[in-house]
Design a protein around this ligand. Structure first.
Ligand SMILES: [Zn+2]
Length: 616
């Protein structure tokens, strides 16, 4: 995913002041959890899930996440003796669907009693929706060896460094073209190049005895006017060799609904460098910190025109720093300077690379636009380039950012009117080209909401003339696909797939009802009725008390409150006076029902009604 992953990822990561507290509480939490179950961390436990055992001839593939959303990517490949994992990502929560939740992570219960079969974790690239859940999961999996590209290794280590309780990981850094042998049963895995918005993106072809199971992660193509460059043919066209055929390809669907070919990243970079070269004053470029390919290319381009770069925003600085330390990019000497040093440089030589193009409140771009940045102020001579699309859900924030920028009367260049942004995910024609080039026996669209997977499948059927019966549209996270050279089966029973969330210091399942309550509290408020009943005669001792939050302002709603009090009195008298002894549960239920009905009839709102009935 090429989005605000890193920008948004500040609740836990940026909060270094709380780091120690987080660690100790996190550890205590998991310690308590295991103690309660009567197990220690090293013991395995059996999880009931009703998934039938694997036939010796079949290969099992389970997407544990990423088929009902964009994010939370994690897949497992299981053979008789081995398990391989591809990606361990998070999904970012949003306040509308999962209020109060920081991240959603894959549910790994299916793996907990099979840990000894896990031979390796293969990571396609370093974006958080592919590596972000490492700190919450890798210890529970018993620290299997990790296979990934060089930059990806650095990104994982950076992510894990905020969680000092984790053991050091065992890495096997791999490169395109390499064919690695993994585990005691010597599974051959072909590593291949993938074009995405971050360097060192890799695909993996697991050469099982039934054929190749292929994952490419997030994909787009480098192309010239719809003609892929030779590198793409070499990557996707050479996975079959001898009798080793492509059996199942699981493919990115994020932009499957976008027609044609995506804009060529090379052209985008050229356009931006041209804008920078022509600028007579300072240029501020807001882009996703995850667009590392673009960021480093722009810095190289700016250098050619004698410009200096100021980096602002934590994730921007971190990602560039990782690129330099890992040796993936070496900045020309003196190119990157600080905001203080910039004060002595001519304005036409200055380029600022900033986070916050999605209007994030505390990111650099917004802070400068609101005159809250300690070192940088806009002038009307500046140019701001917004080199990013608006992620759905961020529209209001981006509008606010643009309004704030506009108040400075400066020049704004945005992607809708100029070719200055392309997604890291290929459009439909690119996905179809990849599918056709790999030409697998079976095909499964993954990485996306269900409608994106369907659109992808439909395009493959209609435009690639691919047989519908050979397509697996995975219905849900945890769906179990058993496949062999002749056929496949998607089981009714699923691997455990309850939503697993990170909320502050807690990691665990969350029940739908909790999310539902949070939504109601947010949208409708809460209404508490407190009544005291004389247990001898079932009468009220005094008029009921009412407390309400987020529903109506009590002082302005005396009529409604008095009527509610009368209703509560009536309800209690009606039901309590005949009971001996008084059944408080029955009374509570009647009060809840009657009050909720009365409130919705009179206000159209449905607050959570909580009766507190005391007997004396
Ligand atoms: Zn990505």
């Amino acid at each position: 995913m090429n989005n605000t992953s890193q920008e948004n990822d500040k609740k836990v990561l940026n909060n270094s002041a709380n780091k120690k507290t987080f660690q100790s509480r996190y550890n205590n939490q998991s310690h308590r959890k295991y103690k309660k179950q009567g197990k220690t961390k090293n013991n395995t436990k059996t999880v009931k899930h009703g998934v039938p055992p694997l036939n010796d001839n079949d290969i099992r593939v389970i997407p544990l996440g990423g088929v009902e959303q964009v994010g939370q990517n994690m897949n497992i490949i299981e053979t008789k003796d081995d398990i391989f994992i591809v990606d361990i990502g998070i999904e970012f929560s949003n306040t509308e669907e999962t209020p109060g939740v920081d991240y959603i992570i894959p549910n790994i219960k299916y793996l907990l009693d099979k840990k000894e079969k896990i031979r390796g974790v293969f990571i396609t690239h370093g974006h958080l929706d592919h590596i972000g859940a490492f700190p919450y999961i890798i210890d529970q999996l018993g620290y299997p060896p990790v296979y990934c590209g060089l930059l990806t290794k650095w990104m994982i280590d950076k992510r894990n460094s905020e969680f000092p309780h984790l053991e050091k990981l065992t890495y096997n850094v791999v490169e395109p073209g390499q064919r690695v042998t993994v585990g005691p049963n010597e599974m051959k895995v072909q590593v291949f190049h993938v074009t995405h918005s971050i360097p060192d993106a890799l695909g993996y072809s697991f050469e099982t005895k039934e054929g190749n199971i292929i994952f490419a992660g997030d994909t787009k193509l480098e192309h010239i006017g719809g003609a892929p460059i030779q590198l793409e043919y070499d990557s996707y066209g050479k996975l079959e060799h001898g009798d080793q055929k492509n059996l199942l390809f699981l493919s990115d669907s994020t932009n499957s609904e976008q027609p044609g070919w995506s804009k060529n990243e090379g052209a985008i970079i050229e356009n931006i460098i041209e804008l920078i070269a022509e600028a007579k004053n300072r240029v501020f470029l807001g882009t996703f910190a995850s667009q590392i390919v673009r960021i480093t290319a722009i810095m190289d381009g700016a250098h050619k025109y004698g410009k200096k770069i100021v980096l602002e925003g934590r994730s921007m600085k971190t990602n560039v720093d990782i690129c330099i330390k890992s040796g993936r990019w070496t900045p020309p000497k003196g190119l990157i300077i600080t905001a203080d040093e910039a004060k002595n440089i001519a304005p036409d030589k200055l380029v600022y690379l900033l986070t916050g193009s999605q209007g994030e409140e505390f990111a650099a771009l917004m802070r400068i636009s609101m005159k809250r940045h300690p070192k940088i102020r806009f002038t009307s001579r500046d140019t701001v380039i917004l080199s990013s699309s608006v992620i759905p859900g961020n529209n209001k924030a981006v509008r606010k950012l643009k309004d704030n920028l506009s108040r400075h009367d400066l020049r704004i260049v945005q992607y809708r009117t100029s070719d200055i942004h392309a997604s890291g995910h290929g459009n439909q024609d690119e996905l179809l080209w990849i599918q056709k080039t790999i030409n697998p026996k079976f095909f499964a669209p993954i990485h996306g909401h269900h409608s994106m997977l369907r659109a992808h499948a439909q395009a493959v059927i209609e435009r690639n003339n691919y047989p519908k019966e050979n397509i697996i549209v995975v219905p849900e996270n945890g769906s179990v696909i058993d496949v062999n050279r002749n056929s496949f089966k998607v089981h009714k029973a699923k691997a455990p797939n309850n939503m697993t969330v990170v909320e502050g210091f807690r990691v665990g399942d969350i029940q739908d009802v909790v999310i539902k309550d949070r939504k109601t509290l947010t949208n409708e408020g809460i209404f508490v009725v407190i009544a005291t009943i004389d247990i001898k005669n079932g009468r009220l001792r005094k008029s009921p008390d009412i407390i309400s939050r987020g529903f109506v302002y009590l002082r302005d709603s005396q009529k409604l409150i008095n009527e509610t009090r009368n209703l509560v009195k009536k309800t209690i008298v009606k039901h309590a006076s005949h009971q001996k002894p008084i059944n408080f549960d029955v009374i509570k239920k009647h009060v809840t029902d009657d009050v909720a009905r009365f409130l919705v009839q009179n206000t159209g709102k449905r607050p959570i009604v909580i009766p507190v009935i005391l007997g004396i």
